[in-house]
Design a protein around this ligand. Structure first.
Ligand code: G6P
Length: 606
């Protein structure tokens, strides 16, 4: 995820700025840049790749100043390259930005009409031009006016060559913290960047701004009213900060899901018409209606997201879908007919089997669409069009937030396709209304983490575990089992609940915990029957049920609840307790959850 550092009041400011960027490296990034304010103008260097590569091109004499800003970028709009890296400049203004400007298209047109020239594909560049356009000798005023014209999220740091000792920061939806020093002041998206200089900080809230000079910090709201903020003392060490106070990246990423799901649909839904816009798809309505068949290619967790997609697209958009392991698809002779599109689903965008399967599909005439997290990854580049999930870097090897991001995107795609064929405006509106409630409902499930930890204690020493689900929750059973296998090394299988009687039932005894996803939907009665079969054989039952359920709860040893939602959105909630259960069991067994044995985050070799 992008990182911001700003410092004013330190001679040779480039050194501490680069040091601050290094402290943010753990967040993941694909390019970096630095700009300082000098009386003559802004001096800026940026480069694709690592901070080391930026250091190779900069001239430290040229950067000799005491006030500057720096950035590590994780691409969201446009490829990771030098042009798209931050800072972005306009005249004497330099801006670094985290977040997404949703109305950047309209602003870009307006600014281009005024003669501003755009050098990058980013949404951030509009901010630089906008602030420059509104500047009349007072930077904070220009920033305030610019931000009133902007929709979306931001954490920004801005400098101007005419006020070369000043940094203006502002936030809406993207974190920003001010570090208060003796003779210098600091601004960052993450305290890790400034911890080496000060432990006295002010956390900005949404709609707040800070103006920093070496002498002091003033805080205002976006309407320029002064506000008094408390100075807090940081007691965490660097490792704790990098994990956001969580014990592991995996847990941090599980807890990020209310935000990452929101980021996946933010700016893409049209609640008033029950429709969706997915700009990156580059398909006309006519092309969308001409799709006759969809093949989803993926591996691992992404494959399970693809299976959820199959249930959704077939049921709501009525288009035949096949989901295939990419490794199988690439080595057989797949049939691709006219009107077939291939969706390649991959967090990293680098998994070799998925990449090669995509190339094979392309060779045979399919239109290929990438659903990836890493902007500019090979799959993103080689697919004809794509949709990014915007989950931010996923560091834990066991994928969690990327999965819910992928499912969110596949839900949006279902609605996009369905609204052109089978889904009414009213139904579309109902789905979108409920989708907007999902982040809060995920929070409600996360609130049960301690309770799930208690449940985990009863099963941490077991050797096997069975996961059952039906319909759209069958892929969730597979994903729950995969999570447990990956990080706890307990043998686990996911099954469609009704298939249990065709084999796994033979294994059920008091040593076989069975996790059953049994939410209130059309198959509730059936799944209750499956639970009774397990109980009759003295299997231990952990059930994931809809709040208020009493029937299956009464048959279970342990119950985890999820809030009621539309059946099609259930996977976004039902997977959360299974991620937490796997996590807590692995921790109780003393395993290294972020680096499980034998597994890699991106499998780029066969
Ligand atoms: C590896 C990872 C899994 C991931 C799979 C597919 O096995 O350990 O977590 O689901 O690759 O990765 P992708 O980046 O293509 O989604």
């Amino acid at each position: 995820m992008c990182g911001i550092v700003g410092i004013t009041g330190v001679p040779q400011v480039a050194y501490p700025l680069l040091e601050g960027l290094r402290r943010l490296e753990y967040r993941g990034y694909d390019s970096a840049g630095i700009a300082v304010a000098k009386a003559g103008g802004i001096v800026c260097y940026k480069e694709k790749g690592k901070i080391k590569e930026l250091e190779e091109i900069i001239d430290l004499d040229d950067l000799d100043a005491s006030c500057g800003i720096a950035h590590t970028r994780w691409a969201t709009h446009g490829q990771p390259n030098r042009e798209n890296a931050h800072p972005h400049l306009s005249g004497k203004v330099a801006v670094v930005h985290n977040g997404i400007i949703e109305n950047f298209g309209a602003l870009k047109v307006a600014l281009s009409n005024k003669g501003y020239v755009f050098h990058s594909e980013t949404d951030t560049e509009v901010l630089a031009h906008l602030i420059n356009d509104l500047y009349r000798g007072n930077l904070e005023k220009a920033v305030q006016q610019a931000l009133k014209l902007v929709d979306g999220t931001f954490g920004i740091a801005v400098i101007h060559a005419d006020e070369p000792r000043k940094i203006v920061g502002a936030r809406r939806g993207s974190p920003l913290v001010v570090g208060v020093g003796e003779t210098a002041n600091y601004l960052a998206s993450d305290v890790a960047a400034i911890l080496g200089h000060t432990r006295q900080v002010i956390y900005l809230d949404d709609w707040e701004m800070a103006v920093l000079t070496p002498e002091g910090v003033t805080t205002t709201n976006i309407d320029n009213q002064q506000i008094t903020k408390d100075i807090e003392e940081i007691t965490w060490d660097l490792d704790q900060i990098q994990k956001g106070g969580y014990a592991h990246y995996m847990l941090k990423e599980i807890f990020e899901q209310p935000d990452t799901v929101l980021d996946a649909f933010r700016g893409r839904i049209l609640p008033a018409t029950g429709d969706v816009k997915l700009g990156g798809l580059e398909l006309t309505d006519w092309e969308l209606r001409s799709i006759r068949r969809i093949i989803i290619l993926a591996c691992g967790t992404s494959y399970h997201a693809g299976l959820v997609g199959e249930y959704l697209i077939e049921e709501y958009a009525r288009i035949p879908v096949e989901v295939e392991y990419a490794s199988e698809f690439r080595y057989r002779s797949p049939i691709i007919e006219p009107g077939t599109i291939c969706l390649t689903v991959s967090q990293s965008g680098e998994t070799i089997d998925t990449l090669e399967a995509m190339r094979e599909a392309k060779r045979r005439g399919a239109k290929v669409i990438g659903i990836t997290n890493v902007v500019g990854s090979t799959i993103a580049r080689e697919s004809e069009s794509g949709i990014y999930i915007h989950a931010g870097p996923e560091i834990g090897v066991a994928s969690t937030k990327a999965f819910t991001g992928q499912v969110t995107i596949l839900t949006l795609l279902t609605l996009l396709l369905g609204r052109r064929t089978h889904i009414s405006a009213e139904k579309g509106m109902q789905i979108l209304e409920e989708l907007q409630r999902i982040p809060d409902k995920i929070r409600q499930v996360l609130d049960q983490s301690d309770k799930i930890r208690e449940i985990a204690k009863a099963y941490a020493q077991d050797h096997n575990c069975l996961y059952l689900g039906r319909g759209v929750n069958f892929p969730i059973a597979l994903e729950g089992a995969l999570k447990l296998k990956e990080i706890s090394y307990i043998h686990a299988e996911g099954y469609p609940a009704a298939e249990m009687k065709h084999g796994p039932i033979a294994l059920i005894d008091p040593q076989m915990p069975v996790v059953v996803i049994s939410t209130r939907d059309g198959s509730y009665e059936k799944i209750r029957g499956n639970v009774q079969e397990v109980r009759a054989r003295h299997g231990k039952i952990i059930s994931v049920v809809t709040e208020g359920d009493t029937e299956i709860a009464a048959l279970s040893d342990h119950v985890i609840t999820i809030p009621p939602t539309l059946n099609m959105l259930t996977p976004l909630l039902s997977v959360i307790p299974l991620q937490l259960l796997a996590y807590h069991i692995a921790v109780l067994r003393g395993e290294d959850v972020d680096q499980p044995r034998n597994l890699a985050k991106a499998v780029t070799v066969e």
